[in-house]
Every structure is written in structure tokens, then in C-alpha cells.
Ligand binder design. Sequence first.
Ligand SMILES: Nc1ncnc2c1ncn2[C@@H]1O[C@H](COP(=O)(O)OP(=O)(O)OP(=O)(O)O)[C@@H](O)[C@H]1O
Ligand SMILES: [Mg+2]
Length: 309
Amino acid sequence: MQTNPAIHVDGLRQRYGDFEAVAGISFEVAAGELFALLGTNGAGKTTTLEALEGHRAVHEGTVRVLGHDPHRERRKVRPRIGIMLQDGGFFTDLTVAETVDHWRGFTPAARDRDEVIGTVGLADKAAVRVRQLSGGQKRRLDLALALTGRPAVLFLDEPTTGMDPEARHATWKIVRDLVAGGTTVLLTTHYLEEAEHLADHLAILHRGRIETSGTVGEVVAGHGDRISFQVPERLQGADLPGLHGAHAEISLDGGRAIASYTVTDVGLQAGLYELLRWADEKQVSLHGLEARSASLEDVFLRTAAGVTR
Ligand SMILES: Nc1ncnc2c1ncn2[C@@H]1O[C@H](COP(=O)(O)OP(=O)(O)OP(=O)(O)O)[C@@H](O)[C@H]1O
Ligand SMILES: [Mg+2]
């Protein structure tokens, strides 16, 4: 049986004056899954989240959260969602514990204060004033507040920006546990590794449009395999072979010239075979030889450069 999606977005357009920040996007997030919205700065991620959180009326299109219009039916939706804004605002004179208590005052069926603070790893900072927290610690407090009401749907706008790698991994664990417990999560991130780790599905937004979406595997598929190596010393870019029509792109890495090929049509095996035969004939060694599938980062960078395939 098909269950209703937790989040439904159809043809969403949002404008600031004459500027169209979101230019007609559609996606769905199934209940209990994690969906990542990726995209360059200004792509429209926060604007999309604000429409879903009910902060802004929709200019065109439809958005539904748990089956309701989050702006018009705010009272039905708001108690069931948790929000971590990109720039959270706190009363900086309150301590961590007071901040959580203050928030619990607005939250029906709130989680226990110490449990929430412990979950995000701030137990030893409970009595510290918010103004004395580091940037990464403030992000954790933000996450704590978003979790307080046991939300069915959690919106996380760049949750791990400013966190050190250990705190980031700890946050991933918290988020994974929430998803395992049935929470639906929509998050934005600039860390592609974060999306690779967490996302069931993702979309890459560019200038207000979804350029590509699917599982990580689906998004990466069709972007070709990569072969790269250091250009042998006595050779120039022009001396390098074509591999079934794919040409070498030369880039510099620490003063070394690196040749890379994207072998979309021929596949990795045939391209490698040609390369190794060429190297054998020319009697050159290929240092740093690598063969791999395209990564999410490759796809992201191509999308940002306006090359979709
Ligand atoms: N209040 C506003 N008034 C006018 N323009 C805005 C406003 N908020 C956002 N914009 C513009 O809308 C576009 C989308 O902004 P948005 O904040 O949604 O991007 P984003 O994808 O979240 O970017 P980032 O990765 O930097 O957080 C940007 O060009 C931004 O300058
Ligand atoms: Mg943003």
C-alpha cells in the first residue's frame, strides 16, 4: 500500500520582489526517510525550507507537510515539526539548561531537559551561558531545541556547519538514530560526504531549479568513470592518447600535471585497456594511475558549472 509522503512539493515558486529564488521545483519525501537538498550558495535551499516550515506563504505551487498546508494550517503542522534554522537566534544571557527549559515551555510532550542536552553532547555545558558557547556548540544547542518536541518531521538547515569532524560524526549518529526511530528528515548541507552518509534520496538545486535527483547511486550514474594519472615528464598534453574518443583534461596538482579522462561511453575497462597498451608501446610509466566511478562531488561541481551531463 502506498502511504502518503511526509513532505510533498509540487511546482513551488518563490520570489523576493522580481527575483525568482525558487523556480518551480517538485519532490517528495516518504515518511521515515532522509532527504538531502544540496546546491551552491543562493540556490534556493533555505527559501524552500522556509516555505515548508510555514514561515512564508507559497507564491505558486503546492507544499504539504504531513498532509497539511504548513502556512495556512500552521497550528496543525507546527507542533509536529522540529526546525533547525541556518542562523538560529538565542537569548545569549540564558544558560544552556535555561534555554532548553524556556523552549520546553512552548512545547507539548517535550523531552526531558537533561536527556536532550545529553543527546547532543552538551551535558558539561548545561550551566554555561549561551554567549560563551563556541560556534559548533551553538549548532548543537540548536539541534537540541529542534528535537525537544519529538517531531515527526525535522528540518535541518546546514546542521553541521561549523562543527569539528568529531561533532559532525556525532551529529550524523543522532540523525541516523532519529531516522531509524521513524522521524522524517529534510536537511541541507554543503558537505557531500554528509549527504552520501545519510541521504536516502537527494536533489541538487541550482539557481532555483532541481538539476538532478534520486538516490546517491542514481545521481552519480551516467556521469561516467574517471581515469587519471600524472602526465609523464617528457610528454605534453598533446602527446596523450584519446581513449575511445575521450580526450585528456589537464589540471595542475601541486606543480604536477594530471591527465583525467571521463569515459562515459566506453566504460572503464576498455579505456584502461587502451591506455595501458599505449603506455606499453611508448614505454612510459603511469604514476598515480587511478580509475574510479564519478563521485557525488564530481556531479555537484558539474552542476554548479552548468554542465548537467
Ligand atoms: N529575504 C530576502 N530578500 C531578497 N532576496 C533573498 C532573501 N532571502 C534570500 N534571497 C535570495 O534568494 C536566493 C536564494 O537564497 P537561499 O537563502 O534560499 O539560498 P540557499 O540555497 O539557502 O544558499 P546558502 O547555501 O548560501 O544557504 C539568493 O539569491 C538570495 O540572495
Ligand atoms: Mg541557506
